[in-house]
Design a protein around this ligand. Structure first.
Ligand SMILES: O=C(O)CCCC[C@@H]1SC[C@@H]2NC(=O)N[C@@H]21
Length: 185
C-alpha cells in the first residue's frame, strides 16, 4: 500500500481532527456511551479522502490511543486496555465507516448531495453494526451487567441516532462543497 506525501499530510490532519473532536467533549462527563463528534470526523474523512485514506486516518487515531496517548473521550482516555471499554467497538466501527463512506462516493468530486448523504448514512449504519454488539458483549460478558439487547439499544443507539443523522448530513454537505470548490480551481 503506497501513500504519497500529500496523502500522509491529509491523513495526519484528519487523525488530528479526531483527537480534537474527542478532547472537545470530554467535559460532558463519563456516561457509559458519551455523545461524540468523532463520528462526524470519521464520516468526513471517508467522504473527503476516499475509503482507503479516510479509513487509514481514523486507524491512526485509534492506534495513537491504543499506544497510550490520551486521545479518547472517556477515562482512561487511552492505552491497550481501552479495548475492554464498552465503547471501543464504536472506534473500530469508525474505521470501517470511513472506508465504506468513501467507497460509496465516486472519486472526482461530481457526485450529487444525495449520493454523499446515502454514503454517510451507510457509514453511520456500519459503526452501529460494529459498536452495538461490542457494547453488548463487553457490558454482559466482561462487566457482568446482565443487560438485554433492548437495554443496550437504549443506552447506545436511541439517544444518539438522531444527532448522528445530522452529523452525516453536515459531513456530506461539507465534503461535497469542498469537492466542488476544488473541482472549480
Ligand atoms: O471514544 C470512545 O470511547 C467512543 C465513543 C463512541 C460514542 C458513540 S458513537 C455512536 C454514538 N453517537 C454518539 O454521539 N455517541 C455514540
Amino acid at each position: 500500500m503506497k501513500f504519497s506525501a500529500r496523502d500522509i499530510i491529509l491523513g495526519a490532519m484528519f487523525a488530528s481532527l479526531a483527537v480534537v473532536a474527542a478532547l472537545l467533549l470530554r467535559f460532558l462527563g463519563s456516561a457509559i456511551v458519551p455523545f461524540s463528534l468523532v463520528p462526524f470526523v470519521a464520516l468526513l474523512a471517508g467522504a473527503m479522502l476516499g475509503g482507503r485514506l479516510g479509513a487509514m486516518s481514523i486507524l491512526v487515531y485509534v492506534l495513537m490511543g491504543l499506544l497510550g496517548l490520551p486521545v479518547f473521550e472517556k477515562p482512561p482516555y487511552g492505552g491497550p486496555a481501552y479495548v475492554l471499554q464498552p465503547t471501543f467497538g464504536f472506534l473500530l466501527g469508525f474505521i470501517l465507516a470511513a472506508y465504506v463512506t468513501g467507497k460509496l462516493i465516486p472519486a472526482g468530486g461530481d457526485a450529487g448531495l444525495f449520493r454523499y448523504i446515502a454514503a454517510s448514512l451507510a457509514g453511520v449504519a456500519v459503526y452501529y453494526l460494529v459498536g452495538l454488539p461490542y457494547l453488548y458483549l463487553i457490558l454482559n460478558l466482561y462487566l457482568g451487567k446482565a443487560l438485554s439487547a433492548m437495554a443496550v439499544i437504549k443506552i447506545g443507539f436511541i439517544p444518539f441516532v438522531g444527532a448522528d443523522i445530522v452529523k452525516a448530513a453536515l459531513a456530506s454537505g461539507l465534503a461535497r462543497a469542498v469537492a466542488r470548490r476544488l473541482r472549480a480551481v
